[in-house]
Design a protein around this ligand. Structure first.
Ligand SMILES: Nc1ncnc2c1ncn2[C@@H]1O[C@H](COP(=O)(O)OP(=O)(O)O)[C@@H](O)[C@H]1O
Ligand SMILES: [Mg+2]
Length: 502
């Protein structure tokens, strides 16, 4: 009797599937939970340096992801981020899941990104384009750093010609050797003919790796598709490329080789161009891959490494079968503007179905404008990206971010008191934000007026507490989620206080 009752009860109490979209990850306040559904819609944390992004909302979110068993990719800007994540993982009992990708003195993981692209399952048709896109992503960062972007007149012409070169280099190598590697791509590029006369020169034919590849690709047995590809490749190297003007050819070539050169030497060659013992697939099994080549220390090399990882991760996650393996994963980037490329927006729009929770931290909106090319284009792309990161957490900030945050939250009909208000100190934050004040109510000395005003005044963002002993180890933030009304405030935004651990 008892046994059958127990059986019936256990049946009724069947465990909730671990990663339901309605699984709560953390509570902003007692009444407002933040669920997996919210997390996979992306998060943007903005605040000035020292405002509490890392130790406030960042720490709360990171801990919640680790506690829930997420896998993830962590990009790093500062040297102390590895220690920070080691601490988070230790606290969550996940130290075994942390994989640190770093130069050989400190780790032994390797990732040959080209092999990964080429060996992934499925039809080969998309491989060349994937590799070209991958390089184009890295190139975007190179051009941004060198300030050449947009400075050469017809930008689309240069981009197009660059992509055309890369596409033909990859195709020719694949057709001739069946493999694609960075050193061979560079060799091929440097040995391509620069004039029609050269093509007929026996001496050049002997020396040129490009010519050898053309001969080998021609000789090999090819499928119908490969025959077609070879026709295009041969036309490109034997007709188009030598007939470009010297100036155009040398600029396009230099753009490619300067990027490939960075990949082809030192740390990056060792980490990315040899064997593979870790790939982005590991995150789907719950691993947390931390790229310990912080940009502040490794500069451009660090940036390349992280952009490569980020792009490979994005492409891999987009292709995942989230129905078969629903484990959520995260993409974490502090100083996110350093790693932003125009592909981010596209990725964000598919993140939800791929169950990937992106968290970007940065000082200001303007950082992203500059990173995405500046001007109207940069601004528009940045705003499209912001729109796709549905939860925003604002910490104390200055420059233009408070105006943007205030206008995002919006305006509403506000009652204004024309006079002096006094509030008790413990309700400062609510009073400042125009929310109900609990405890002894302040008094108002004169009348009221009505007007449409910012719900949260820009100035309020500059007064949020930033933690440390001066603020009792408390960090204030304002959480905003488009389309959500928080119970704690009755609005689309919610003041939240985070406790720093110390
Ligand atoms: N674990 C901690 N405990 C107490 N104070 C901290 C801790 N970490 C950082 N702080 C202090 O809190 C403030 C916010 O730091 P931080 O979260 O690193 O800001 P941000 O990431 O926005 O630059 C700084 O004044 C910093 O010195
Ligand atoms: Mg920080």
């Amino acid at each position: 009797m008892l046994t059958s009752l127990w059986r019936r009860m256990s049946k009724r109490r069947a465990p909730i599937a671990k990663w339901e979209l309605s699984t709560p990850l953390l509570r902003w306040t007692r009444d407002d939970a933040w669920m997996l559904r919210d997390a996979v819609e992306g998060t943007l944390i903005l605040g000035a340096t020292g405002s509490g992004k890392t130790s406030g909302s960042g720490a709360a979110i990171a801990r919640s992801y680790l506690a829930a068993g997420f896998g993830g990719l962590v990009l790093t800007a500062k040297a102390d981020e590895r220690a920070l994540w080691e601490r988070y993982c230790q606290e969550a009992g996940r130290l075994d899941d942390l994989l640190v990708f770093a130069p050989s003195e400190r780790a032994d993981l390797r990732f040959n990104f080209l092999d990964f692209e080429l060996n992934r399952t499925g039809d080969g048709a998309g491989h060349t384009e994937s590799i070209v896109n991958l390089f184009a992503n890295v190139l975007e960062v190179v051009e941004r750093n060198s300030g050449t972007e947009g400075g050469r007149g017809d930008e689309s012409f240069w981009r197009r010609t660059n992509r055309q070169l890369m596409r033909n280099l990859v195709d020719l190598l694949a057709l001739a050797t069946g493999r694609v590697s960075v050193p061979d791509l560079v060799r091929l590029c440097l040995s391509a003919p620069t004039s029609s006369a050269q093509i007929n020169d026996k001496g050049w034919q002997e020396r040129s790796f490009c010519f050898h590849c053309l001969k080998e690709a021609d000789r090999r047995e090819k499928s119908e598709r490969q025959k077609h590809d070879f026709g295009i490749v041969a036309d490109f190297f034997l007709l188009e490329w030598p007939n470009l003007s010297d100036k155009t050819r040398s600029v396009v070539m230099a753009t490619f080789t300067s990027m490939a050169d960075v990949l082809n030497r030192g740390v990056l060659r060792e980490l990315f161009c040899k064997d593979t013992n870790v790939t982005p697939k590991a995150v789907e099994e719950g691993k947390i891959i931390l790229i310990d080549l912080p940009v502040k220390e490794y500069a451009e090399v660090g940036q390349f490494a992280q952009v490569l990882w980020k792009y490979s991760f994005m492409r891999s996650i987009e292709r995942r079968d989230a129905a078969a393996n629903p484990r959520p994963v995260f993409l974490w980037a502090d100083e996110a503007q350093l790693f932003t490329t125009s592909y981010d927006f596209q990725f964000q729009s598919t993140c939800r179905s791929a169950r990937c929770a992106t968290v970007y931290l940065s000082q200001s909106t303007t950082n992203f404008y500059a990173a995405l090319g500046g001007g109207d284009k940069g601004q528009n792309e940045a705003h499209s990206l912001f729109q796709c990161l549905n939860t925003k957490v604002f910490h104390a900030c200055t420059d233009k971010t408070p105006e943007w945050s205030a206008s995002l939250i919006g305006r509403s009909k506000q009652l204004f008191a024309n006079g002096n208000n006094t509030y008790s100190p413990e309700d400062n934050m609510n009073a400042m934000l125009g929310l109900p004040v609990f405890g002894p109510v302040g008094h108002t000395s004169a009348g009221f007026s009505e007007s449409y005003e910012y719900e949260v005044q820009p100035a309020a963002f500059t007064r949020l507490r930033t933690g440390g002993p001066a603020h009792g180890w408390e960090v204030d933030g304002i959480v905003f989620q488009n389309g959500r009304v928080f119970r704690g405030s009755g609005r689309t935004w919610l003041p939240v206080t985070f406790r720093q651990r110390h």
